[in-house]
Design a protein around this ligand. Sequence first.
Ligand code: DQA
Length: 144
Amino acid sequence: MKLLVLNGPNLNMLGIREKHIYGVQSYADLEAFIRAKARQLGVEVEIFQSNLEGALVDRIQAAYGAVDGIVINPAAYTHTSVAILDALKAVSIPAVEVHLSDVTQREPFRQISYAGMACQAHFIGLGFEGYARAMEYLKNHANG
Ligand code: DQA
């Protein structure tokens, strides 16, 4: 089974950005956490981060026929990007939404998730653990 983990804009700034919201661990720490979880589950994982909406759309399209499940934290594009929603729908690969922070308790503009409309499950406000839960979900629910 092969999983693709996609991270959107500013997640590369983890450990620097708004530590009271996103914590002190770095993006490299998050990558190491995801790779360790993949080893534990016995799945292959590819991790991709971009600050560009189109690059995320391109990566979702390239996953067609090549990946069994997508874990996605679209970051700010969660709340704005119909293009990412459409890309997830286009490839119809089982997808799970993750947010480090509890967006349900934050500003009104964070209350809509476009990408989430194409996701089978949502792990929100669990920090890094949300990625682990999403990977477990796909291991159990996606066909690979
Ligand atoms: C985020 C929440 C988004 O609202 C925000 O724009 C992010 C990170 C999270 O993981 O909590 O950049 O997706």
